[in-house]
Design a protein around this ligand. Structure first.
Ligand SMILES: Nc1ncnc2c1ncn2[C@@H]1O[C@H](COP(=O)(O)OP(=O)(O)OP(=O)(O)O)[C@@H](O)[C@H]1O
Length: 575
């Protein structure tokens, strides 16, 4: 299951970077050739020195020259192996980074497409942790697989072959410990994977807590609850440290255990080989080469068991990534969905909706907006007014009934085109960490600088723009922290004004504004409406006064018409 996750998570990015990954693997193969040749100059030199003459194949060459040649060959072979090692590592790391970028991009785009129902149950920090740390762990596995796994397997096979050719008896003695190591390694991998799954979950919770507390640092400071926040963070932090230390313990136990098993193998070969040398059946040089190959054999065995630990960690992370990528709750276009035309009439027919099963927010709800009509939706707090806007934006689909846009079920319209036809001003204006102009331009893909400034004037942004240090180009900070609530709202209104959308949805446009600013904003709403169909959610009587019709969410069939007399108090009459 977990190995499947790792393979499926890595498949697409690895395919996209197949060329450099393949090159890295090729370079590793060349390196292995040189590594396997490394013991021979030593053996030749030792046999030349101990016999006092050049080996048979070299005739009566000067033994000193033979030893010098062996030294030079050792330098060249080692240097070549080192350079190839470096090249292979760079190729593999570079390809892994590119694969990681692709994987992060894919995950991020998938997150953007997932329905708000899914996001509602997903702490942002947890997602960020999956996008960063978990992707990093998977990349470690990719690097390890490309730069060392193939090389290790080849080195293992090459050393084994040469060892068998050199002395089958010694090879057999040395290999007796390998099955023991294999059994221990499988058990170890299971433990590492379980320990790292616990560690990653705990770490994701820590990131979620930190994100939540830092995002709300104003509330923490304003209520003097730094100690509470610090304690909440400490609990998570201590939990992460605890499980990470546990995971390190699980991993570290492996080192002495595997070394002890390998030492038994080397000791056995030394004893068996030493006895053969003493009996005159083996040269010292051959024993040296045999022990060198045995070390080379154990090197990849060690590194492959380490790789199995890296893969175990990566598969714990891959299952967390796969949980995001496999989430199939995106609000997607249906097959045959058509583009939305400019919106005129909007209806909610018999709509039922609940964010959580069993807690209905809307039941058999009807609403009808005629073309060009401005309707105000009123009702008590928590009655579901903003939810109606969410359904019109198709941020959620209704559980029952239909949202009809000019007679078409919204589910049969292409999502992107539908949202481009709607200008939405939310209760919390959702400003991005950009300039004033960039935030207004966010309302339209085709906004020009002049269009942005016109929209800003319409929404009375120009009244305070002169006080900002860089005017329209003043950066607003994350969430628009450098502006007042009323200023943020006016920028959000300008965003709606710059949009060419044909349906205007406004959620509490005058909340947090003083009466004069509220009147200015209402004038902006009326001006920016330009015959567009509009739905405004409000508790504010002044807003209701600019409406053609007022609908109480508790009794949507009762059409209330605001009186437009000179009285300061709004009265609503049944039509
Ligand atoms: N994402 C969500 N997940 C679960 N419940 C939600 C979610 N959003 C809103 N609700 C619940 O749905 C109900 C309706 O919320 P909604 O925001 O539509 O009310 P509202 O009429 O706009 O309220 P207000 O006037 O206070 O803005 C509330 O009980 C609220 O707690």
């Amino acid at each position: 299951m977990f190995r499947t996750d790792l393979a499926s998570v890595l498949a697409a990015p690895a395919r996209a970077t197949a060329t450099p990954l393949g090159l890295a693997a090729g370079v590793s193969v060349l390196r292995i050739g040189l590594t396997l040749a490394q013991p021979w100059p030593i053996a030749l030199a030792v046999d030349t020195v101990t016999s006092g003459a050049a080996p048979a194949g070299l005739g009566d060459a000067d033994p000193r020259l033979v030893v010098a040649g062996c030294g030079l060959a050792l330098i060249v072979v080692s240097l070549g192996a080192g350079l190839l090692d470096m090249a292979g590592e760079r190729l593999a790391q570079g390809a892994a980074e590119r694969s990681g970028a692709l994987l992060r991009q894919r995950m991020f785009e998938h997150c953007l497409a997932l329905s708000l129902r899914w996001h509602d149950g997903q702490p942002t920090g947890e997602l960020v942790s999956r996008l960063t740390t978990d992707v990093g762990r998977v990349l470690d596995a990719l690097v390890a697989l490309c730069s060392s796994a193939l090389a290790d397997v080849l080195l293992l096979a090459g050393s084994l072959l040469l060892l068998v050719l050199l002395d089958p008896g010694l090879a057999l003695v040395g290999l007796t410990v390998v099955p023991v190591l294999a059994v221990l390694s499988v058990r170890q991998r299971r433990r590492v994977r379980a320990a790292h799954q616990r560690a990653r979950s705990e770490s994701g919770r820590l990131t979620a807590t930190a994100t939540d507390l830092l995002r709300n640092v104003r509330a923490v400071q304003a209520f003097g609850r730094a100690d509470h926040a610090s304690a909440a963070f400490r609990r998570r932090n201590d939990a992460v440290a605890g499980v990470e230390i546990g995971a390190i313990g699980v991993e570290s136990r492996w080192i002495p255990l595997s070394e002890a098993v390998l030492a038994v193998g080397t000791g056995l070969v030394l004893v068996a080989g030493g006895w053969q040398v003493l009996a005159g059946g083996l040269s010292v040089g051959t024993l040296l080469v045999a022990t060198a190959y045995l070390r080379q054999l154990y090197g990849p065995v060690r590194s492959l068991t380490r790789l199995s630990g890296v893969l175990a960690k990566a598969s714990a992370s891959a299952s967390r990534i796969a949980a995001v990528l496999d989430a199939d709750v995106a609000v997607t276009d249906r097959p045959g969905a058509i583009p939305a035309a400019p919106i005129r009439r909007v209806q909610l027919r018999d709509v039922g909706f609940a964010y959580e099963p069993g807690h209905a927010v809307l039941t058999a709800f009807d609403l009808d907006l005629a073309a060009g009509e401005l309707v105000c939706l009123i009702g008590p707090s928590g009655a579901g007014k903003s939810t109606v806007l969410n359904l019109l934006l198709r941020l959620y689909d209704p559980d029952a009934g239909q949202v009809l846009i000019d007679g078409h079920d919204a589910r049969h319209l292409q999502q992107r085109s539908l949202r481009e036809r709607i200008a939405f001003v939310p209760q919390d204006p959702w400003l991005l960490d950009g300039t004033v102009a960039q935030n207004i331009a966010f309302g339209s893909r085709t906004a020009t600088r002049a269009g942005v400034i016109d929209a800003g004037r319409l929404a009375h942004v120009d009244e305070f723009i002169g006080r900002l240090p860089l005017g329209w180009d003043t950066p607003l900070g994350e969430g628009g922290v450098r502006l007042s609530g009323g200023q943020r709202r006016r920028i959000a209104l300008a965003r709606a004004a710059v949009s060419g959308a044909s349906l205007l949805l406004l959620d509490e446009p005058t909340a947090a504004l003083d009466p004069a600013s509220a009147d200015a904003v209402l004038a902006a709403v009326v001006a920016s409406r330009r015959g567009r169909t509009a739905l405004i959610v409000t508790h504010d009587e002044r807003v209701a006064r600019i409406a053609d019709r007022v609908v109480d969410i508790r009794d949507p069939h009762s059409a209330l018409v605001p009186t437009r007399d000179e009285h300061p108090t709004l009265t609503l009459e049944r039509r």
